[in-house]
Write a protein that binds this ligand. Structure first.
Ligand SMILES: [Zn+2]
Length: 301
């Protein structure tokens, strides 16, 4: 029986968004009736996870935010622009010190942080990415599983996780490991997608699903945990952190996956996405936490 990775409730229902089919196994997007959290059931086990990421496709098919660029290496400059925007906010809370990026990939974020004077360390399980970060940005990268490494790592002033948490199973476990490398004055920074969220565009996607015969997508279940504004707040606060900064935004429609063609439905998809981003980023949208991206800064309580 599925058990909510956030609150532990066993009362669940399958979501209208279907799920994923990977190597013949269905992974259903499942909603917890206790806290509203959305996650895939079953959670992929270690072997499936290893297979998913050893497959080099993940970084090749990586869309760089706010750009039309496909591929992690190709998106270097666009990724740097995104990093600078984030770092400009972080620096208001701490403008110097040591920083670890958990799941740093090829180090685009840390490269920008290093330029701003932070003392940077990366952690990346993918060996090719870890080597790229080292060679390109001259950053020390630990090529290990984070939880294992966290037991022997020093403390950091800033712990950053960008687009990583949704790929991991076990919220309390990972947050416990994060605390291993934090002090009372450290900052914990999270950025990530909220694919299923409160926005106009999401309503459009849900409506689309109503008419779909097969709601399962033939992609690996890369995103295991699907946070929304309320469940992210809860995950942070229930695990011994307090929020210092919390912002939900919506990226504009650089490229709407699945709606990049010229049919009426695809055109409508792009239009709705455009309006949706405008609404989510308005003062009313912010007040209602509308949008598809979260950016938060927390400290240990
Ligand atoms: Zn729950």
């Amino acid at each position: 029986m599925p058990k909510c990775p956030l609150c532990g409730s066993v009362k669940t229902k399958r979501s209208i968004f279907g799920g994923y089919r990977y190597q013949g196994t269905p992974f259903y997007l499942t909603r917890c009736l206790g806290c509203g959290f959305l996650y895939v059931d079953p959670l992929p086990d270690k072997d499936v996870m290893k297979k998913m990421y050893d497959d080099a496709d993940y970084f090749k098919k990586y869309w760089v935010r706010n750009s039309r660029i496909l591929g992690y290496y190709e998106g270097k400059d666009a990724a740097r622009d995104n990093a600078v925007k984030t770092l400009d906010v972080i620096k208001k809370y701490k403008n110097t010190g040591s920083m670890i990026d958990i799941g740093c990939a090829g180090g685009h974020f840390l490269g920008a942080a290093k330029e701003m004077g932070y003392k940077c360390t990366g952690l990346e399980p993918n060996a090719a990415m870890a080597a790229y970060a080292k060679n390109t940005y001259g950053i020390d990268v630990i090529n290990k599983d984070f939880c294992e490494a966290s037991l022997t790592l020093p403390k950091f002033d800033i712990v950053y996780m960008g687009d990583v948490l949704e790929h991991m199973s076990g919220v309390d476990n990972i947050f416990g490991c994060v605390k291993n490398v934090m002090t009372k004055t450290s900052l914990f920074v999270i950025e990530g997608p909220m694919t299923f969220n409160r926005s106009l565009y999401n309503m459009f996607l849900a409506l689309n699903m109503v008419f779909k015969k097969d709601r399962m997508s033939d992609n690996p279940p890369y995103h295991i945990l699907e946070f929304a504004a309320n469940t992210m707040r809860r995950a942070i606060e229930d695990n011994g952190f307090r929020l210092l900064y919390f912002r939900i935004t919506e990226d504009s429609p650089r490229f709407v996956e699945g709606f990049d063609g010229n049919s009426l439905k695809e055109k409508a998809g792009r239009l709705v996405k455009y309006v949706s981003a405008e609404v989510s980023c308005s003062p009313v949208g912010h007040a209602l936490s509308l949008g598809d991206r979260v950016f938060l800064i927390a400290a240990v309580r």
